[in-house]
Design a protein around this ligand. Structure first.
Ligand code: ATP
Ligand code: MG
Length: 245
């Protein structure tokens, strides 16, 4: 970032804005992604721009779910590709899971640009949507998926997801782990596990947590006792705390 000093109180937030703008300029992020980012920023402000305990708890259980899954897939859209390409690749590497491009606005070859961007950042396996496999319960072009990826996945990691697609994935019997700063979004409510945090803070923590895991029966235990509604409630309570709380 050119002229904002590191001491600026909003330095980090401004850096992320720059990354998203750069994503739009490179043709990776949709112009609509700027609006989604703005909505995220507002909620990030409300949670104090820090990973709170409701997110840390969800991250622990998400790590267990991803580790126990047989066929995890990481879904990538234009915002996360711009914000956290290296971290997504690291997660894919740790889980031995494919990255799969899935976006709403497919203008000007954006899917291919995202794929190239991930490859340039070191990804070795990036799946693309195909006409050969379609999700049920969804009409937009986001229904097209890779036959060996999201189509057969048991757990899909989909940060910054759209509510419609999250619902479709759930109806198809898949578990969904999402990262969404808005605990009231349809995605947040429908996902199996919702990490209410900024994806830039979550991904390094999630990778670290997966690397720490060992015992399978403990992991299953974590999943059994997890209640996503409770987590969303805790996030809402935090957001509505008193100003000096
Ligand atoms: P839904 O369709 O689930 O009801 P929405 O239509 O309100 O959600 P979308 O535009 O579909 O929102 O998705 C963007 C979501 O991603 C928003 O809920 C926003 O708060 C969240 N978001 C944006 N940037 C980030 C970020 N950096 N980290 C985590 N979440 C983010
Ligand atoms: Mg939406």
């Amino acid at each position: 970032m050119s002229d904002v000093p590191k001491s600026h109180p909003r330095y980090l937030s401004l850096t992320l804005r720059d990354r998203i703008v750069e994503g739009v300029e490179k043709g990776i992020t949709s112009i609509h992604g700027l609006i989604a980012h703005g909505r995220g920023e507002a909620f990030d402000y409300l949670i104090g721009e820090k990973t709170q305990s409701f997110a840390t708890n969800a991250i622990c259980v998400a790590a267990a779910m991803l580790k126990l899954s047989n066929h995890p897939v990481i879904s990538v859209n234009g915002n996360v590709a711009a914000l956290v390409p290296k971290e997504l690749i690291e997660l894919a590497h740790i889980l031995k899971a494919p990255l799969e491009v899935n976006i709403f606005h497919t203008e000007t070859g954006r899917e291919e640009k995202i794929r190239q961007h991930l490859l340039k950042n070191g990804a070795d396996n990036v799946l693309m949507p195909s006409q050969d496999a379609q999700l049920s319960y969804i009409d937009s072009n986001r229904k097209y998926v890779h036959p060996g990826g999201i189509f057969i996945a048991d757990v899909v990691f989909v940060p910054l997801e759209d509510g419609d697609r999250c619902e479709a994935l759930r109806k198809m019997g898949k578990d969904v782990v999402t990262v969404d700063l808005n605990p009231m979004s349809r995605t947040a409510k429908q996902a199996s596990i919702t990490i209410v945090d900024n994806v830039v803070r979550t991904l390094p923590l999630l990778c670290k947590e997966i690397l720490k895991l060992t015992n399978d029966s403990d992991l299953q235990n974590k999943l059994t006792h997890y209640n996503n509604e409770d987590i969303l409630q805790q996030a809402l309570q935090y957001i509505s705390r008193s100003p000096d709380g």
